[in-house]
Every structure is written in structure tokens, then in C-alpha cells.
Design a binder for this molecule. Structure first.
Ligand code: ATP
Length: 638
């Protein structure tokens, strides 16, 4: 369910959020906060002092004030004027310092919190992405806005009190009128602020989609298909449609703001004009001096400006507090995957990993992907998972890595439930390459080193992993060897700013394999389609190497090329979320079931007499051939 992080949400009251923002500011930049407070004090009192000094100078000039009185007053007026000119620049510098310090601290906390979630579910929830986008946006300026507005409110209050005292001396009625005229403004501003926060939440998905379509239009990964399928106009139109929705919502808000503020400004101007009229009448009747009129005019303008500023700043702070709720919502959220308070220590694998009646679906509304899987992966053995597309193979390995928890049933590491251990401890013992591996816009060496940051500091270990994955020679021949940047969107950091190098799909896959092999000594090695993009020779070499390397180690291997799996100690056929068959290659072929059918189908592709399917039969067999993945097994190699 999509819930905005409004005032009543679990992220606390506005006061709580304000305190949190203040604490963050103090931790980030105590000197800038203290300096800003001093500046606020000076800037808040300077306008009142200026108005009074002006009155005294004018009265001195109109009366018989001597040089001895007027000169110090003029000097003081000069100092006050100077302060009013210089202090805004000091304030701007301090605000900048505070902004930079806060932003660093805020993003540090935000991304720490995002990283602290060991599971994947939250990342697959659109509401989380809406919240994250607003949290990110709030991180850019909400706490800064809250602190800045609070300081501005303090400054406004100082000025307001000074001018109100002044007005009270001259016309107490005027104080009441000016304040009464400001009250509707306060109500309207707060209502607008709430509406703005609701609108931002409402258009969050549209904004994300607009960013998504813009990114597709410029992404080097998408550029090929966008051009070949002529998708440019289609994506641009979709992007503009989302932008139109965003713009319309913002325009409605701006119109509402314009209407309300226009009326309120008229009211303020009418009050100021009425006050001036009264002051002139009182002066002509001899009730006020010239200086009194000047300080009265300054006081009415000062009270109105201060009130407008206070109300405006409060509305901005209010809006920022509502937005800041999204930030706190993400930072204070419980992890999607529970982490035990007292985790069980995770010893090296001795017996094996057991799935006990594991049921899993990605969401309550989604169909079951795994339906009661019982499987034992013995220590030191290679287990292969086979099945059609969507059978649940990758899901099963994601559960083994505890990226999700089973909905029913459990998974045990030497008898210990994975839920009772720290996910980070578990992952320390696992090496994985997924079929949808990452390609990082970093150097070749860094792309491998990421597999084990600690061990990756040793270049020899990186090279060994690359040799095992059969990519060493390719990388060594790159312009800067392992230091070559593999990127199409960045230049290298070095002086010559050389453009990055582009690898082929199979080369990237070997690099991903090398990354996983940085963890070759881990207890469990999971290889999900490690060779789907390799040429026949490379696949043969990689599988030979892997088999040698896996000997005596626990591994789980997924491949649609059944020839690559035939040496596995145990082959498990998954079908519609259940284990349909299990046994060695020989046993399963003898069984004559699904595995035997798939294996025969793939092997037939290599028969010289293999017939071209008759017209029409392509569609029938399309789904099967998709799942068995061309170009099929190489039984001779297996
Ligand atoms: N993150 C996800 N959220 C929702 N459903 C998912 C997610 N990942 C996979 N699925 C669904 O779960 C089912 C099993 O997917 P899975 O990737 O485990 O299959 P697979 O056997 O590895 O398939 P393939 O051979 O195509 O790689 C599919 O129906 C898929 O649509």
C-alpha cells in the first residue's frame, strides 16, 4: 500500500523531525551554526536600531540638536547600515558551509541505511523507490531549509518584537491591525505547504518514470535497441507525457499560490496605506514629530516584512519538515530482511546445506515460485539445477544467499537456520556469479577486485582469478593492462584522460566469473549460467577449469547447456517450483524423463541429419528452445 510520509506517519511529529534536523546540523557544522546564530542576532536587531537612529537624527535636525549629539548618532547609523550590507554576505557563506557539511552527513546516513538492508524485497517495491527519491531530494536541502528557516524565523522575531515595541509607543491599535491582517496569511501558507507535500508525493512515480525514460534515451546500453527498433520518438513521447503530468500538478499548485498570495499582498498594502494616512494626519495635527512619522512608517513596513518573512519561512520549514519525514522514513526503517539480535556464529561448512519444504513467492499477490522444495546439498559435492525458463532456479540460489527468506519452510547450513545468522557472515562464505551480472564502469582490475575487496589489494590474486576465468591474456593486452578503464561513458582519471575500452559480451561474462572466483576458497560456489555468452572453445576451457577447481568443493551450478552439467554429483530438475527429478546424469538419462528429453533435444542439434523444423512447428517449440538455449550442449566436452 502506498502511504505518504505525512505528519502522522511513523517518522515522528514535526517537532521530532525539527529536532533531528537541528542535531544533524550541529553534528555536521557546529561552527557554522554558532556563527549563524550570532549573525541572526545582529541582523534581527539592526533594522530596528537603524529606524530609531534615523528618527533621532531627523528629530535632532528638525530641533536644535548640536553637532555633539548628531555626529555620534550619524556614526552609529553608519555602523548599522554597514552591518546591514555586510552581514547578509557572511550569512550566505555560513549557510553554504552548513549546506555542504549537512549534505555530506545526510547522504552518508541515507546510503548507510539503504546498504544496511541485506535483502532485495525493499528494492523491488515501487513505494520504496518513491520514498527513496523523495528522501534523496529531501537530503539535498530539507534539513538545510529547516535550519535556515528556523534561523530566519528567529531573526524575523527579533525585528518584529523591536518594531512592535516601537509601534506600541506610537499607535497600539496599529499593532493589532497589522497582526490581524497577517493571520490569514499564516493559515494560507501552511495549507499551501501541506498541499505541496501531498503533490510531491502524488507525482513522485511520474517524476521517476520521466527520469527513467530520459535515462533510456541517453543510455549507451539502450542506444542500440532504441535506434534499431526506432524507439526514440516513442520513449520521448512517454517521457513528455510524464513531464506533462508533473508540470500540470505543479502549475495547479503555483496558480493556487499566486491567487492566495496576491490577495494577501493586497490586504497588507491596504493596511500600510491606512497607517501612513493616519500618521500624516496625526503629524499635521501636531501629535507626531517628523522623526515619529519616519519611525512609524519604518515600523509598519518592518512589522509587515518581518511577519511575512516569519510566515513564509515557517511555511518553507513546514514543507521541508514534511519532506524530511521521507528521509527519516528511509533512515529509520527496519531492514526488509530481519537480522537476528544475537546471531549464531557461522562455522565452515562441514555437512551440507539443506532446504526443508521451502515455499517461496515474491509477493502475496504473486504465484508460488517454489512449492515445497526439499533438497540436500552435501559438503564437497557439485549440485546442478536444471529446468525450463521460470522454473525457479535463480530464485532458489537467491534464497541460498538469503537475499530473501522462504515464505514457508527453512534453509539450514550444517543444521543452523540461515535466519539465525548474520547475512554478512553467510555471504562471506559464498562466491556467486549471477546470470544478470554487473558490468562496472571501472578498470578491468577493479572489476575483478570487487569480488573480494580485502584480497583484491593483492594484484597477483586478481590475475590468478582472471587466469582461472580465461580472461587474463585479453586484459593484459589492453592499452593499460589491468588498469584500463572499461567504460563507454567516462574518461580515465589519469593525465591523458584516455577514453575507456569496450569489452564483448563474453569477455564481460568472463570478467564477472573472475570476480566470483576471487572467492574461490569460500565454502559454497554458486554459478548461475556462468558461460552462456562464451564461444564454444572458451566455454569448454572454462568448464574444464571450473570442474578442476570445484573438485572437492561445494558448488551449485545452473546452466541450460546440459553438457556442462553432466559431471555434477547430483542433477536436480526443477519444474513449476517443485523437484521433478534428481540423480546423476547417467541415472536421469536412464530414467527417460524431462532431463533425458531435454538432453536428447539439445544433442539432436549436433546430429548431421538434424532436420529443419517444418513451418508452424517453430512456434510450438519456441518456448522449449528458448529454455534449452542455443547452441546446445557439447556432449563430447562434458
Ligand atoms: N524479483 C522478482 N519479482 C517477482 N517475480 C520474480 C522475480 N524474479 C523472478 N520472478 C519470477 O519467478 C519465477 C522464477 O524465476 P527464476 O528467475 O527463478 O527462474 P529461472 O528458473 O532461473 O529461469 P531462467 O532459466 O529463465 O533463468 C518467474 O516466473 C519470474 O517471473
Amino acid at each position: 500500500m502506498r502511504e505518504p510520509g505525512g505528519e502522522g506517519s511513523g517518522t515522528g511529529s514535526l517537532l521530532h523531525r525539527g529536532r533531528a534536523a537541528g542535531e544533524l546540523a550541529w553534528q555536521a557544522q557546529p561552527a557554522a551554526v554558532a556563527g549563524s546564530l550570532v549573525v541572526v542576532l545582529l541582523m534581527g536587531t539592526a533594522p530596528v536600531a537603524t529606524a530609531w537612529l534615523t528618527k533621532l537624527v531627523l528629530d535632532g535636525l528638525a530641533g536644535d540638536g548640536g553637532r555633539s549629539v548628531l555626529l555620534p548618532l550619524a556614526a552609529a547609523l553608519g555602523v548599522a547600515g554597514l552591518a546591514l550590507v555586510v552581514l547578509p554576505h557572511v550569512s550566505e557563506y555560513l549557510t553554504g558551509q552548513l549546506h555542504r557539511g549537512l549534505q555530506r552527513l545526510i547522504y552518508d546516513r541515507l546510503f548507510r541505511a539503504v546498504n544496511a538492508d541485506p535483502g532485495l524485497s525493499r528494492f523491488e517495491n515501487p513505494s520504496f523507490h518513491d520514498e527513496l527519491r523523495l528522501a534523496h531530494e529531501a537530503g539535498q536541502n530539507a534539513p538545510q531549509q529547516i535550519v535556515g528557516s528556523s534561523l530566519a524565523i528567529c531573526q524575523g522575531l527579533l525585528t518584529l518584537l523591536g518594531f512592535m515595541a516601537t509601534l506600541t509607543v506610537l499607535s497600539p491599535v496599529m499593532v493589532v491591525i497589522v497582526i490581524a491582517a497577517a493571520l490569514p496569511s499564516a493559515r494560507v501558507q501552511l495549507a499551501l505547504s501541506r498541499r505541496r507535500a501531498r503533490t510531491m508525493w502524488g507525482i513522485s512515480s511520474n517524476t521517476r518514470r520521466q527520469i527513467f525514460f530520459s535515462a533510456l534515451l541517453t543510455s549507451p546500453d539502450a542506444a542500440k535497441e532504441v535506434r534499431l527498433f526506432g524507439l526514440g520518438d516513442f520513449l520521448r513521447t512517454r517521457m513528455l507525457t510524464e513531464l506533462k503530468t508533473v508540470n500540470e500538478a505543479e502549475r495547479d499548485l503555483d496558480r493556487r499560490t499566486l491567487r492566495s498570495q496576491g490577495l494577501l499582498s493586497l490586504l497588507g498594502a491596504a493596511v500600510a496605506a491606512g497607517g501612513l494616512f493616519w500618521a500624516v494626519l496625526a503629524a499635521t495635527a501636531g501629535g507626531l514629530s517628523v522623526g515619529d512619522v519616519s519611525v512609524f512608517v519604518a515600523a509598519v513596513a518592518g512589522v509587515q516584512t518581518a511577519l511575512t518573512s516569519i510566515v513564509g519561512q515557517w511555511a518553507s520549514a513546514h514543507n521541508a519538515l514534511l519532506m524530511f519525514g521521507h528521509y527519516l522514513g528511509v533512515v529509520q526503517a527496519d531492514p526488509g530482511l530481519p537480522v537476528p539480535a544475537e546471531p549464531t556464529a557461522l562455522p565452515p561448512l562441514r555437512e551440507g546445506i539443506e532446504l526443508r519444504d521451502v515455499w517461496f513467492r515474491y509477493d502475496d499477490e504473486h504465484p508460488w515460485v517454489l512449492r515445497g522444495v526439499d533438497l540436500f546439498i552435501p559438503h564437497g559435492q557439485a549440485v546442478a539445477l536444471v529446468g525450463l525458463n521460470g522454473a525457479g532456479k535463480s530464485t532458489l540460489v537467491k534464497l541460498l544467499c538469503r537475499l530473501y527468506d522462504p515464505v514457508r519452510g527453512s534453509i539450514h547450513w550444517d543444521g543452523v537456520d540461515l535466519r539465525d545468522m548474520r547475512p554478512a557472515d553467510l555471504r562471506e562464505r559464498i562466491g556467486v556469479v549471477f546470470q544478470d551480472y554487473m558490468s562496472y564502469d571501472l578498470t578491468a582490475g577493479e572489476n575483478i577486485m570487487l569480488g573480494d575487496l580485502a584480497a583484491g589489494a593483492d594484484p597477483e590474486l586478481v590475475r590468478t582469478a582472471a587466469r582461472r576465468a580465461g580472461i587474463h591474456d585479453t586484459l593484459a593486452d589492453l592499452p593499460k593492462g589491468y588498469d584500463t578503464l572499461l567504460s563507454r561513458i567516462f574518461f580515465g582519471d589519469d593525465e591523458d584522460q584516455q577514453a575507456g575500452v569496450v569489452l564483448s559480451g563474453g569477455q564481460w561474462q568472463r570478467l564477472a566469473l573472475a570476480r566470483a572466483l576471487m572467492r574461490h576458497h569460500r565454502d559454497l560456489l554458486i554459478l548461475d549460467e556462468p558461460s552462456s555468452g562464451l564461444d564454444a572453445e572458451a566455454e569448454h576451457a572454462v568448464h574444464l577449469g571450473l570442474r578442476r577447481h570445484r573438485a572437492g568443493r561445494t558448488s551449485v551450478l545452473i546452466s541450460h547447456r546440459l553438457g556442462a552439467l553432466r559431471e555434477a554429483d547430483l542433477i536436480v530438475v526443477l519444474s513449476e517450483g517443485k523437484i521433478a527429478e534428481r540423480g546423476s546424469h547417467r541415472e536421469l538419462v536412464a530414467l527417460g524423463g524431462e532431463y533425458a528429453r531435454l538432453f536428447a533435444l539439445q544433442a539432436s542439434g549436433y546430429e548431421p541429419t538434424s532436420a529443419v523444423p517444418a513451418e508452424g512447428s517453430m512456434e510450438d517449440s519456441a518456448e522449449e528452445s528458448m529454455s534449452t538455449a542455443a547452441p546446445g550442449p557439447r556432449p563430447a566436452m562434458g
